[in-house]
Ligand binder design. Structure first.
Ligand code: NAD
Length: 368
């Protein structure tokens, strides 16, 4: 049965970078029997212009039915004054919510050719390949009560509530263990069980699930503050890190920035498995719509193309195809091609489309 991919390119550079992803999907259809059918819908400011909302109900239904959704980026100054509920980001947030995407996957991958661009020494980051799995729909960002109270004596009191249940912890941990089996087979579970009850429960539930269902995967437990230090000191010790919403927010940014520019960072958000074993998924670059360079043909499409590599590995179970695409990106960088955002002295500066051309050429060469 053919695969059903929905592309929502969005605003700004979204359509430019997603155009290159579409060409890469076409290459896999032609050369690796990928058999994907691609359709397009509007989300974000472009959808507001056409329909007066940031995403339509029809698009949400199409996204639910798709095997994977690929998003470019949404937003831009053009829509700064639209009503709050119709702002471009509302479309993306509704997609994440309605698809119940509770697991956010952010890899930190260091391409050898870019190792010198890291703020850390080459020998510390070269070959780095970490996956951070962040719980996305629970924890302190959503827990109630969440309020600021006036105490009436000139003081105010603010409360956020960190809350997790057994099932929320088990489902995110299961995603991490599953991913680890497709990678280096190691999971580091990160919490603060020394000072937080939610950390105690997190630790107990992850260990219990591991013993019950994933004892073939190596599990380590680490306190979140130590994890921050270890990421800066010796990041290559990690394979998969699983953590809550708050710690994941920070640790994924730290890990991503070990290796590079915004134009290089892919991400995925996954939901629960349905009765047929199918998982809803949304793949997107970490960057936004970059209005400052939109329409100039200068955007780096690699973050979006690497998001497709993630889909090959995690939604479509085509690990060898994902490896090939990552090798192709590696080769193009090693051959000295750079978009403006990752430009270095002595390298060849190219635009969005030429980067797509080079990646397709490298795929062809590596496939031969
Ligand atoms: P941004 O990520 O769009 O841009 C930040 C800087 O990085 C800019 O200088 C931009 O030119 C550069 N950049 C980003 N992606 C690049 C790429 N692929 N190639 C080359 N350079 C790239 O962040 P911003 O400027 O803070 O936000 C712009 C708009 O995007 C805002 O409307 C914001 O709300 C929206 N946004 C959307 C998402 C999303 O759709 N997921 C995420 C972040 C921001």
């Amino acid at each position: 049965m053919s695969k059903n991919i929905l592309i929502v390119a969005g605003d700004g550079i979204g359509p430019e970078v997603m155009g290159e992803v579409k060409r890469v999907i076409g290459w896999y259809n032609d050369n690796r029997k990928f058999d994907a059918v691609v359709s397009h819908e509007l989300v974000g400011g472009c959808c507001y212009d056409a329909h007066g909302v940031a995403v339509t109900d029809e698009t949400i239904e199409k996204a639910k039915a798709a095997d994977a959704v690929f998003l470019g980026a949404v937003g831009g100054p053009k829509w700064d004054k639209v009503p709050y509920e119709a702002r471009p980001e509302a479309g993306l947030l509704r997609l994440r919510k309605d698809l119940e995407l509770f697991a956010n996957l952010r890899p930190a991958l260091c391409f050898a050719a870019l190792a010198d661009a890291s703020s850390l020494k080459r020998e510390i980051v070269e070959g780095l390949d970490i996956m951070i799995v962040r719980e996305l729909t629970g924890g302190v960002y959503f827990g109630e009560p969440k309020e600021i109270t006036d105490l009436g004596n000139g003081e105010r009191r603010a409360v956020d509530t960190q809350v997790y249940t057994t099932s929320e912890i088990r489902r995110i941990a299961a995603v991490a263990f599953d991913l680890a089996r497709k990678r280096g087979n190691r999971v580091t579970s990160v919490e603060k069980r020394n000072v937080m009850k939610s950390g105690v429960l997190w630790h107990e539930e992850v260990v219990k699930l591991h013993d019950e269902q994933f004892s073939d995967v190596k599990l380590d437990n680490m306190l979140a503050d130590n994890c921050g230090m270890q990421l800066a000191k010796n990041p290559r010790q990690f394979d998969v890190i699983v953590t809550d919403n708050l710690f994941g927010d920070m640790l994924s940014d730290v890990a991503a920035m070990l290796t590079g520019s915004l134009g290089m960072l892919p991400s995925a958000s996954l939901g629960a498995k349905d009765a047929n074993g199918k998982t809803k998924s949304l793949y997107e670059p970490v960057h936004g719509s970059a209005p400052d360079i939109a329409g100039t043909g200068a955007a780096n499409p690699i973050a979006s193309i690497l998001s497709f590599a993630m889909a090959l590995r995690y939604t479509f179970d085509r690990g060898a195809c994902a490896d090939l695409l990552e090798k192709a990106v590696d080769k193009v960088l090693a051959d000295g091609y750079r978009t403006a955002d990752i430009m270095q002295a002595g390298k060849t500066r190219i635009g969005t489309k030429e980067m797509g051309d080079q990646i397709l050429k490298a795929l062809g060469e590596l496939n031969a």
